[in-house]
Design a protein around this ligand. Structure first.
Ligand code: PMP
Length: 349
């Protein structure tokens, strides 16, 4: 084995147990729609065949729904794989991959797997990407930059003017991946309003990453996509592992796109819950930044591990980031109330 892998941490997903309320992985609490389950059941009889390696139907549907050409879309096994493939496509030993921190844990891990060097720029005290500091951290070795918007785990978004100024400051041969895994939960207003797909027309080095795991509720099928300049998509296509996106994933994603109005209507309920949960937690005295995702961030610093352990003990699994804070998925009133009841008891202990 490569000796540099020895020092890499193992990714440890949260554990669950029967009867637990799982608010640790930003999933939705609803099962897939009946139409999506029917498409999956229909496709089951063709599983003796390999999937469509070109993912043509799904790519075409996505392109149509996004207003881009199929040559600008690459589907992958979850957007996590597309993050990894972008790193592989751009960076190797001696190259730097830049991102804000704390952010999505795959960025540093996949960078190190590629033998490249992660460069982490601290978020502001409010848990927002410090885009000026990130621009200042670009070096001749920087090949790829991740901007996670809304940021996982803080839920914050950057201002549109700051994003534009950042894109103008990045050299055109450095790829910027705008990770919008929680895109469908954003309700942007005022200075925050931006359109990633429009920006992409202007900045050819911009890649937009989205997923079917969150708002579309298909986390178990592993399917995400990138929208980028055809030259980037061609490179991602070469790195794509043949037949890696399975038949059931492809048909479920197509059926979900056809049920978009129904699926996206569900996000409104989560957004309303997000406001309610944020207010309730602030009333309890927690520091909680405004979130544009389907989770909230408790800025509890050194108490993160203890709080999450006590929550698990109370039957609600949340995600601690040791020394930093705790991320809690927002789902529906009953599940959110279970966490709020715990939080209230924890504060009053
Ligand atoms: N990006 C971000 C910011 C995420 O939070 C996640 C999931 N935790 C992903 C990408 C990957 O999602 P998936 O691979 O399920 O599409």
């Amino acid at each position: 084995m490569r000796p540099d892998l020895d020092s890499l941490p193992v990714y440890l997903p949260g554990k669950t147990f029967p009867g637990a309320i799982k608010l640790a992985s930003n999933e939705i609490t609803h099962p897939p729609l009946p139409s999506v389950q029917a498409a999956i059941a229909d496709a089951a009889s063709s599983l003796n065949r390999y999937p469509d390696n070109g993912m043509v139907e799904l790519t075409d549907e996505l392109a149509k729904s996004l207003g881009v050409t199929p040559a600008e879309v690459q589907v992958g096994c979850g957007s996590v794989i597309l993050c990894q493939n972008l790193i592989t496509a751009t960076s190797g030993p001696g190259d730097e991959v830049l991102f804000g921190w704390r952010s999505f844990e795959t960025y540093p891990l996949a960078t190190r797997v590629a033998g490249a060097t992660p460069v982490q720029v601290p978020l502001t005290g409010d848990g927002v990407h410090d885009l000026e500091a990130m621009a200042a951290a670009i070096t001749p070795r920087t090949r790829l930059i991740f901007v996670c918007n809304p940021n996982n785990p803080t839920g914050t978004v950057v201002e549109a003017a700051a994003l534009r100024a950042f894109l103008e400051a990045v050299p055109s041969d450095v790829v910027v991946a705008l990770d919008e895994a929680y895109f469908e939960y954003m309700r942007l207003a005022g200075p925050y309003v931006y359109d990633a797909l429009e920006l992409r027309r202007e900045f050819a080095n911009l890649v937009v990453l989205r997923t079917f795991s969150k708002a579309y509720g298909l986390a178990g099928l592993r399917i995400g996509y990138a929208v980028a300049d055809p030259s980037v998509i061609t490179a991602l296509g070469k790195i794509h592992v043949p037949f890696s996106v399975g038949t059931l994933s492809q048909v479920a994603a197509v059926a979900s796109l056809r049920a978009q109005p129904e699926l996206l209507a569900r996000t409104n309920a989560v957004v309303a819950e997000r406001t309610r949960v944020t207010t309730a937690l602030r009333d309890l005295g927690f520091r909680v930044p405004d979130s544009q995702a389907n989770f909230v961030w408790l800025d509890v610093r050194d108490d993160a591990t203890a709080l999450a352990a006590a929550s698990t003990e109370a039957g609600v699994i949340v995600r601690p980031f040791a020394g930093d804070g705790v991320r809690v998925t927002v789902t529906d009133r009953a599940e959110d109330d279970a966490f709020l009841a715990f939080a209230s008891a924890y504060v009053g202990r």
